[in-house]
Design a protein around this ligand. Sequence first.
Ligand SMILES: *Cc1c(COP(=O)(O)O)cnc(C)c1O
Length: 392
Amino acid sequence: MPFEMPPAGRVPLCVPDLGGNEWTYLKECLDTNMVSSVGPFVGRFEKMVAHCVGANHAVATVNGTAGLHLALRLAGVGCGDEVLVSTLTFIAPANAIRYQSAYPVFVDAEFDHAQMDPAVLVRFLREGCELRDQETFNRTSGRRVKAVLPVHILGHPVDLDPIREIAREFHLAVVEDASEALGASYRGHAIGSGEAPCVFSFNGNKIITTGGGGMLTTSDRHFAERARHLSTQAKADPVECEHDDIGYNYRLTNLQAAVGCAQMESLKTKVRAKKAIAARYQCGLADTPGIQIMAEASWADSTHWLFTVLVDEQAYGMTSRALLRLLAENYIEARPLWQPLHRSPAHADAFMLPCPVSDLLWDRALSLPCSVGLSESQQSRVIECIQRNRCA
Ligand SMILES: *Cc1c(COP(=O)(O)O)cnc(C)c1O
């Protein structure tokens, strides 16, 4: 039986916080007629993100998926290649691999933080692949393995050092999907400041949003120039309509970038709010049997973008999905993690490795409300609901 709608209303999972200069900057776009991708906010937004993550260059894109597609193409991923990618992630990076007519090979997660497990990657490359003339081939599928694409999920960084090391040994390009991890850092270095090209997303539920948008950051000037060129239909001349390559219409508009600039001004505040929310959940749910809080790794400074717990049916007395329904009946929006991609019919033709840990995490995990604007009383309602409905 659904409860009556509480006076404070429903608690959404993760909604944008647009309380800064968004209106002012948008009005400036309209007042100056600068609405398309030519406009001052695009460059300004790129500079702000580059500066924030400590990258030399940043190229704004129409969304994160487009940024990933550009990064993979520039990393030399082509027809029939394989790319090692996290299985426990939103589907966008695997789709971007297919846009290059390459194939994903899904890598399982480690249990403690739900990120790509470097040990699985190392085992597959050492035991399932071989090096020939500085290129790596999958012994079973026969395909060339060209790149590895770790995805920093839920605001928490992947353990990058062992991935970088094994990638170097097997001559693989690295592209990072940091769509969910703007503001996070790995061993003291901001995600996006490394050598590998890195992609961020500004979709509606991300830590900052432009409605839709993305950013590719890189330390390599040539890479950035090529990305910018390809994202503007490879237009080769400033005056003449001439194009020297197959490009894309992947540029972000000035309108979106204006929102992005306003959002970036409060990124630090937003990260602080997310961390405070995480700390309150950690405290409030610490003694609830069967509810496991995912730990922050020793290498990680996580933003806790999407705060996620694991529900142990035995100890809690109900499954994660039953808790999901109970929360919904209390007008609280929670969400399971993504179906691991090795289970997705969209990628059924990929070369498959076993991914038992991701299956387990998918079964148990539930992301809890964590909008930047979540009030303490709303959060107490969530915590109490999880505690109260425990049947064990
Ligand atoms: C949001 C997201 C993307 C990119 O999404 P867009 O909507 O294209 O910006 C890519 N990868 C992950 C893991 C994401 O969460």
